[in-house]
Design a protein around this ligand. Structure first.
Ligand code: PHE
Length: 392
């Protein structure tokens, strides 16, 4: 049994980096661009930014403040405020439990692409149909998924998150630099201008309630809000930490990476597929279909692709670590199990549930939940249903 002691972050930088590590991940690089492509480009970007700097900002400040004030984790923090809010704590804890499994499936896809580029497979990966063939295979995606979640679990079990955080202090700025280079490269390709216009200029005729809902879900997801994570980080923050200044930095970083990812991916649909409407609607596979084409047209394509996917893998890991930490601490609190036992239980649960999402595009593709594949369903229920309820 471990003592429940809350260590404090040494300085504001440590706190900002840890929170940014949780925030910046696949949400920014994988999820944001495909939503932007799907929901009208510029109008989605505009609504997203407006929501992030208003609602997102105040929610993050209040979650961190709530954690700092109560010094408790999410479930307990809500009920300390008011007994009636206890169910919110429970709903909030359900979110990382739902997200972690399918997040790890996408993490596995990233690991696969990293290895493909490392082994010189750029030209192959850029071919039409490569990605859909990969995700519909019966075994391979499952192997990558299991490797990814085991890597996450090992880091959590060994308690070496600090090392990963340190590495990400160097790697995340590198990700920004490389993303700028790739985005500039994409922008000067023939046909890109149309794509940049689509991505940046809001077309108000494409505005609908759906745009707002999608942007709101994405905001919670990307900023790791409405699931108690920021409450937990806040509980480690010293009384005199300047919350608003920290949140500003976290948000700027998070927005920047999402914006750059969109700038790499959305215009490339216009460069390589002439802005084909059905290609814009691709959904979760968009990044994996478009980026290899971008890389393959660049000099040193295998190196660029390999480095890029290494950096994305790190960004993903820092997020899945924070997701897994949260789930493990929920299990520890509720069942009073040791950290080791809880971590192993969470690992097994995650593999079982994640397998549904993983195989949902292949052997299990005949099953659909409300018309969605498993992965899309889990994504929808957490981001578009539970998170808005908790947040409001
Ligand atoms: N915010 C992370 C991302 O953008 C995902 C995440 C969600 C992490 C919820 C922790 C909690 O990828």
């Amino acid at each position: 049994m471990e003592e429940k002691k809350r260590s404090s972050f040494s300085g504001r930088i440590g706190f900002v980096m840890a929170a940014a590590g949780s925030a910046v991940g696949l949400g920014n690089i994988w999820r944001f661009p495909y939503l932007a492509a799907k929901y009208g480009g510029g109008i989605f970007l505009l609504v997203y930014i407006l929501l992030a700097v208003t609602l997102g900002f105040s929610l993050m400040v209040s979650e961190i403040a709530l954690g700092r004030k109560t010094k408790l984790s999410a479930i307990e923090a809500f009920s300390t405020l008011n007994k009636k809010f206890k169910f919110l704590g429970i709903l909030a804890s359900a979110v990382p439990v739902i997200i972690l499994p399918y997040y790890s499936v996408i993490g596995g896809w990233v690991a696969k692409y990293m290895v493909v580029f490392m082994t010189g497979g750029s030209a192959q990966a850029a071919q039409d149909g490569y990605f859909s063939q990969f995700i519909s295979a019966p075994v391979e995606p499952a192997i990558w998924f299991v490797l990814y979640i085991i890597a996450t679990a090992v880091i959590v079990l060994l308690g070496v998150e600090k090392g990963v955080e340190k590495a990400s202090r160097i790697l995340m700025p590198l990700l920004v630099v490389l993303s700028v280079i790739i985005a500039v490269y994409t922008s000067v390709q023939p046909g890109a201008l149309e794509g940049i216009k689509y991505y940046i200029m809001p077309d108000f005729s494409k505005f609908s309630v759906k745009t707002v809902l999608a942007a709101m879900g994405q905001m919670f997801y990307s900023l790791s809000l409405a699931m108690g994570i920021m409450i937990t980080y806040g509980s480690y923050l010293k009384k005199d930490g300047d919350i608003e200044a920290s949140v500003k930095q976290i948000e700027i970083f998070d927005l920047l990476i999402a914006f750059l990812a969109g700038l790499m991916i959305v215009p490339s649909v216009f460069v390589f597929s002439g802005g084909d409407e059905s290609q814009l609607q691709t959904g979760p596979g968009l990044m994996f279909e478009m980026l290899p084409k971008v890389f393959d047209s660049m000099p040193f394509s295998n190196v660029v692709g390999a480095v890029f996917f290494v950096l994305v893998l790190f960004a993903a890991l820092t997020s899945s670590i924070s997701l897994m930490e949260t789930v493990v601490s929920i299990v520890q609190d509720k069942l009073h199990w040791s950290r080791k036992k809880s971590s192993i239980a969470v690992l097994i649960f995650t593999i079982a549930v994640g397998m549904l999402s993983c195989l949902g595009y292949g052997p299990l593709s005949f099953i659909s939940v409300f018309g969605m594949a498993f992965l899309d369903f889990f994504d929808f229920i957490s981001n578009s249903v539970i998170m808005p309820i908790v947040a409001l």
